[in-house]
Design a protein around this ligand. Sequence first.
Ligand SMILES: NC(=O)c1ccc[n+]([C@@H]2O[C@H](COP(=O)([O-])OP(=O)(O)OC[C@H]3O[C@@H](n4cnc5c(N)ncnc54)[C@H](OP(=O)(O)O)[C@@H]3O)[C@@H](O)[C@H]2O)c1
Length: 219
Amino acid sequence: MCPATPITVRAIPRTWCSPNKSYIITGGLGGFGLELARWLIQRGAKNLVLTSRSGVRNGYQYRCIRRWRQDGVDVHVSAGDISELRTANRLVREAHQRRPVGGIFHLAMVLADGLMENQTAETFQKVADPKVRGTVYLDMASRQLCPETLDWFVVFSSVSCGRGNAGQANYGFANSFMERICEARREDGYPGDSGFLLLSLAALVLTLIILVVRLERHK
Ligand SMILES: NC(=O)c1ccc[n+]([C@@H]2O[C@H](COP(=O)([O-])OP(=O)(O)OC[C@H]3O[C@@H](n4cnc5c(N)ncnc54)[C@H](OP(=O)(O)O)[C@@H]3O)[C@@H](O)[C@H]2O)c1
């Protein structure tokens, strides 16, 4: 008998979404939101719930949604303010009734930039509401309503948190708060990630690839 020889298989890991789960994107009609929706669809997602306070407002949003629906993707637009507990509960409950929730991506944001001497309690509150309250309420709702099915709980943070950005102390604070909630979630055994790290790594890898390609061309 020959001893078994191990076989090495070269593989590239690829993110995959279940067509039988739903994926929630708060701020899903914004710039990154629509790109994230497209990315999830390319990876198999068939059920998306996109939220914003005002719903579909421009032709680009309308066109994206119409095209995805034509391709057989169930895209539900849910208008509501994620900084309200009842909206977060309703959002997760309704999405879960459509399909078990597999992912919550929290992108909703507003900005109120200004140097520290021009910042007020109101400008901090305005920026904190969707990010801080929104994350707290989504965390609570997801623990209660979809603890078994949730694979991803991702908040979109920013370089303004940790490194800092002039005029964005309130934004940095709100992002930092979201990241701490994700840490607490992970400690409790729930999924919780900050999208900024992933975005930064993706950008770094892309930059390196472009550099290598350019160097090869100039050889
Ligand atoms: N853009 C960047 O360069 C960048 C860099 C790093 C990180 N990020 C992060 O990526 C995320 C998305 O950025 P973006 O550039 O795509 O922003 P965006 O285009 O301004 O989109 C934000 C969306 O959030 C929605 N929104 C705001 N407050 C809400 C609330 N209370 N409830 C529900 N929806 C609300 C807005 O729609 P309504 O006004 O209709 O509610 C809007 O569609 C943000 O969290 C941001 O911090 C962005």
